[in-house]
Write a protein that binds this ligand. Structure first.
Ligand code: B16
Ligand code: MG
Length: 224
């Protein structure tokens, strides 16, 4: 049977729920700046880089022109300190349901496993989760020119493997991430609500519902 050659995972919201830690850390900074935002606004930050997220929050709070670049770097560092503090509590128990068995079955089938996270903390998070050894290639977010929704991080992993885009499957929980996968011309798996994953080729409400067979059967339908 024809099989894809690589599964390329997003981290936050797909492998573990650090999306919640990002939300909490940004809210702490938002409170200090007098900018209040809710979960639905937070959806627009998922998959977006640290500085990109800060710009969006400042624009949302009508403070886009209030801070110098130097001050923005300081604010982003403050948020990161709060985030690192929150993720320091992560353990192996925090891998989302079914992800370990999916990683194991990809290994057994000799399908490559990649990580395409926008997070500069990705290495630390997967170490805390105890899953680094599963990954054949991990993109370094500090070296990716354009963040999601640009395809760069998914293309970086694909080039790392030397595969064609049609041979790769990307998995994402954010609209910006689905757009990045589609811009890379890959098959896109969405985790979450349909309304927040427009353009995905297959959507699962959560990782528990995602199985290797369901993903690959849908991917096969698009192969000639
Ligand atoms: P950091 P992903 C993304 O990770 C998060 O979804 C996004 O909320 C965050 O701003 C971004 O990483 C940068 O993270 O501040 O740790 O560098 O979803 O692409 O795995
Ligand atoms: Mg994500």
């Amino acid at each position: 049977m024809l099989l894809p050659k690589a599964f390329i995972f997003d981290l936050d919201g797909v492998i573990t729920d650090t999306a919640e830690c990002h939300f909490m850390a940004w809210r702490i900074l938002g409170e200090a700046l007098g900018i209040d935002f809710d979960r639905s606004f937070n959806e627009t930050l998922k998959g977006v880089s640290r500085m990109g997220s800060l710009e969006r929050i400042l624009t949302y709070g009508n403070k886009a022109d209030v801070y110098t670049n130097e001050e923005k770097v300081r604010l982003a560092n403050e948020k990161n300190k709060a985030y690192v503090d929150l993720v320091s509590k992560i353990t192996k128990e925090d891998v989302l349901p079914n992800i370990l068995s999916l990683l194991q079955s990809l290994r057994n089938k000799n399908i490559k496993i990649g990580l395409a996270s926008a997070s500069e903390n990705a290495f630390e998070v997967i170490d805390r989760l105890g899953i680094r050894h599963y990954f054949d290639y991990i993109a370094d977010a500090t070296k990716i020119p354009n963040s999601k929704p640009a395809p760069d991080v998914f293309l970086d992993v694909m080039h790392g493997f030397g595969f064609e885009s049609t041979e790769c499957i990307g998995i994402e929980d954010a609209q910006a991430g689905i757009e990045a996968i589609k811009a890379a011309n890959m098959f896109a798996v969405g985790i979450g609500k349909k309304s927040e994953l427009i353009g995905a080729d297959i959507i699962f409400e959560n990782t528990e519902k995602m199985t290797f067979d369901l993903v690959v059967n849908q991917w096969l339908k698009g192969q000639n």
